[in-house]
Write a protein of this length. Structure first.
Length: 439
């Protein structure tokens, strides 16, 4: 009998469930209806083999690599699979040379780059000339925001498709398929309850890979008897974190807890605020999400009553980014207590909302000529900047120049309170308005 080494290809049955169930056609693909439903652009591009350079952006386990594999099977072009984790400039140049030779022979090359955000600027720049002249059609997959992680020159030549986390319904469909499919557990009698399938789907948090791996673990550790594997609740509980069952990061409880945190801080109750914050962290919430909400709170509920609150909140976000959990929990607690005890004012928030509404209602009011810059002679001839009053030229550092459009003259958005530091701002604004009326 021949002995298999670690480097021999393994039987398909031994490969992970997620790998065995990877679909090879759009008909078997689950989710992303906004991109792949009937008549949708990406569906038409794949079906007609009219692929352009594109970026798939979405969280893990939503089908980015699977879509690339489907395109590889559908396209008549040469398809090259490339990983940003294991490749550098040398490998890029080799692949580009191969693609250029293929182009000369009259065949297109589709290059799929997984985790393209891991490439640095120089590596991304190496793709650019070949994308520009059509040697390759680039398909990149990334979990990071392309606006920040991909060079603007390269990004401008790609269409970005945003893939969403799979819904619980999508994941349940995928899990039932895994139980019944010959590629999954179809050749084995599996006893699993509907509520257990639903629990796995909720736990997976939109990630198909997590859902399938969890199912595989639950079945592997199931109770065997009479040719049947029964998934027990005790075994499933060991596969699914108790924390995740108590706290669904995308469900109603997620929004209930962040609401409780926000309102406890607004009510100057640091103890309650700390409890709700800790509940979220213990439930597996991303600390950066909590930190972002604190930044919003600092401006929405405190504002100019204590501008240091925004600095504290931003510092907490940076601390969470730098050191992560569990160490950053105390940084979040620091910010939560500070924000809970700071003086309150929503004047900036109210002013922002009112001005945004006017911007929507009056979207095309012309900027007065005297407020416009005049960098060219033509603009000067058209009276741009003529009559502008420079406040620093006056003793009071003020002028009576009208800065609002005529149709909005007299509008007042910002109405400061007498809370905390905003009391001084209120007095200053009152003095400014009184001076303008007097003069």
């Amino acid at each position: 009998m021949k002995q298999l080494s670690l480097f021999d290809s393994q039987p398909a049955v031994l490969s992970p469930l997620a790998s065995r169930l990877r679909p090879d056609s759009l008909d078997d693909f689950v989710g992303q209806e906004h991109l792949l439903g009937p008549g949708k652009l990406l569906r038409q591009m794949i079906d007609s083999d009219r692929i352009s350079s594109m970026i798939f952006w979405g969280p893990p386990g939503v089908g980015k690599t699977t879509l690339a594999n489907i395109i590889a099977k559908k396209t008549r072009a040469s398809f090259i699979n490339f990983s940003a984790v294991t490749s550098g400039i040398k490998e890029i140049r080799e692949v580009m040379a191969q693609a250029e030779n293929t182009r000369i022979l009259g065949q297109k090359t589709v290059l799929f780059v997984d985790e393209i955000h891991r490439f640095n600027k120089a590596q991304q720049d190496a793709f650019l000339p070949f994308v520009e002249k059509g040697s390759i059609l680039l398909i990149g997959a990334t979990t990071e925001n392309p606006s920040f992680e991909i060079n603007s020159a390269l990004l401008s030549r790609c269409r970005v498709f945003v893939l969403k986390p799979l819904t619980v319904s999508d994941l349940e469909k995928l899990l039932y398929r895994a139980v019944n499919s010959p590629c999954g557990f179809g050749g084995t009698r599996i006893e699993i309850e509907d509520r257990q399938i639903s629990a796995i789907a909720a736990f997976a948090d939109g990630d198909a890979r997590v859902a399938l791996n969890t199912l595989e673990m639950a079945v592997t550790n199931g109770q065997v008897g009479s040719g049947t594997i029964r998934v027990t609740q005790e075994g499933l509980n060991q596969c699914i974190s108790r924390k995740s069952l108590l706290y669904d990061k995308n469900g109603e409880e997620h929004y209930n807890l962040i609401s409780a945190l926000h309102k406890s801080m607004r009510n100057s109750d640091p103890d309650a605020a700390l409890y709700w914050m800790s509940r979220m962290l213990e439930g597996g919430e991303d600390p950066l999400y909590i930190a972002r909400r604190l930044i919003r709170f600092a401006s929405e509920d405190i504002g100019l009553a204590d501008s240091r609150a925004l600095t504290v909140a931003v510092s907490a976000f940076q601390a969470c980014h730098l050191i992560g959990m569990p160490e950053c929990s105390v940084n979040l607690a620091h910010a939560v207590v500070y924000l809970s005890m700071a003086p309150r004012s929503n004047a900036v928030y109210q002013a922002c909302e009112a001005s945004l509404q006017d911007a929507r209602d009056y979207p095309a009011e012309p900027v007065p000529l005297y407020l416009r810059n005049a960098p060219t002679q033509l603009m000067k001839d058209l009276h741009y900047g003529e009559g502008y009053q420079y406040a620093h030229d006056t003793a009071e550092k003020l002028t009576r120049m009208q800065c609002m459009p005529d149709s909005l003259q007299g509008r007042v958005y910002y109405r400061p309170t007498d809370q905390g530091d905003e009391k001084a701002v209120r007095q200053r604004l009152f003095q400014i308005r009184e001076w303008k009326e007097r003069t």
